[in-house]
Design a protein. Structure first.
Length: 356
């Protein structure tokens, strides 16, 4: 019987022993079945040891609208995907009046969503069932990334040009604070325990906000990371995963003290998500890949692979129920000049579904 080289030695010895025993025919068949099961288990073990995710593009979800886009938010529990687009919608629903839309934050307990409308300098509030606009709150200049903090029951809109954060109480839908950040903010994330972390793109830092005092508590330097954009965290181990597009690097940081624990080369990252069950961080890169990094323990990490997507798929959302990933993208024409953004081909906007 042929035994693959990747089967552990002790299994090879056991299988060879089983096949050589002079026992009754039906027992031999039983042993052969057992050996086959052992081989299959060992093969699965070997595939896991190799560290591959098995993820690939499953399908495309076409969206007839065209125009620019930014963040995407996935609500796995309610089987919905919210993606920003600068023109009208044509899917399950559409929230109007959000010029320069960037991000979407959900508060399912109150059946409300919050959208950062960058060109209007406001946050738009909408009903999650009807998609009707419920109100709006004036923010700083160019609100971009947005997140919900369940600890303080606040929405944080991070304003790119005014370099501050607008804090909104979700029970009253009133702005309760403006927090100076002294740097251009990108993605923010709540630890659910009283801290908000936000990337400072222009100073290569993580700014830590106290969710009780609504003030900046401290700042952590990102060593070896330039222009941080994507951000998520493992709340169980207090580890931040930071995608830095400027030098194409993922940095992992201890959120309790700012210690930089590891870094890995990735692509031109704009978005990043973390799967707390699989313990994998996924950075979406505009070149057409997702860089996957596994958290083996609180202080040990490994690069898994680059999953192929398609160029322009630079932001990412995760369904924490199914573990699937979703990335908005579109076909583009070749750029006119190296420094210019490629022009989108009309009618090609879609969302990529990635999984097993």
């Amino acid at each position: 019987m042929f035994l693959p080289e990747n089967i552990p030695t002790f299994l090879q010895i056991f299988i060879a022993y089983c096949l050589k025993q002079p026992i009754m025919k039906y027992t031999i068949n039983l042993l052969r079945i057992s050996c086959l099961l052992i081989l299959l288990a060992a093969s699965a073990f070997n595939a896991l040891a190799q560290g591959k995710t098995g993820f690939h593009i499953i399908k495309d979800l076409p969206v007839k609208s065209s125009g620019g886009w930014d963040y995407i938010t996935v609500d796995g529990a309610n089987k919905r995907i919210y993606t920003s687009s600068t023109t009208t919608g044509d899917s399950l629903g559409y929230v109007p009046g959000t010029p320069g839309v960037h991000g979407i934050a959900l508060v399912n307990d109150l059946n409300k969503g919050y959208i950062s409308a960058g060109r209007a300098n406001k946050v738009v509030i909408f009903d999650l069932n009807t998609f009707k606009v419920l109100g709006e709150v004036t923010a700083g200049t160019n609100p971009d990334a947005i997140c919900y903090d369940p600890f303080g029951k606040k929405i944080y809109a991070f304003n790119g040009r005014s370099k501050d954060a607008t804090v909104i109480d979700v029970t009253t839908d009133k702005a309760v604070a403006t927090i100076p950040l002294d740097a251009k903010p990108e993605t923010g994330v709540s630890d659910g325990k009283g801290k908000i972390y936000v990337n400072a793109e222009t100073t290569n830092e993580i700014v830590v906000i106290n969710a009780t005092t609504l003030k900046v508590e401290t700042r952590y330097k990102i060593d070896g990371g330039d222009e941080p954009s994507g951000l998520d965290m493992d709340r169980a181990t207090n580890r931040l995963f930071i995608g830095c597009g400027g030098n194409k690097t993922m940095v992992i940081m201890d959120a309790t003290n700012g210690k930089n624990l590891a870094k890995f080369p990735i692509g031109g990252c704009d978005g990043l998500v973390f799967d707390p069950q699989l313990k994998i961080a996924y950075a979406s890169n505009g070149e057409g890949t997702i860089s996957a990094v596994r958290e083996i323990s609180a202080d040990k990490f490994e690069f898994i692979e680059n999953i192929v997507t398609e160029p322009s798929a630079r932001t990412i959302g995760i369904d924490l129920v199914t573990h699937k990933l979703y990335l908005p993208a579109a076909k583009t024409e070749p750029p006119v000049a190296p420094a210019t953004r490629p022009k989108q081909i009309p009618g090609t906007f879609h969302v990529i579904e990635v999984g097993k």
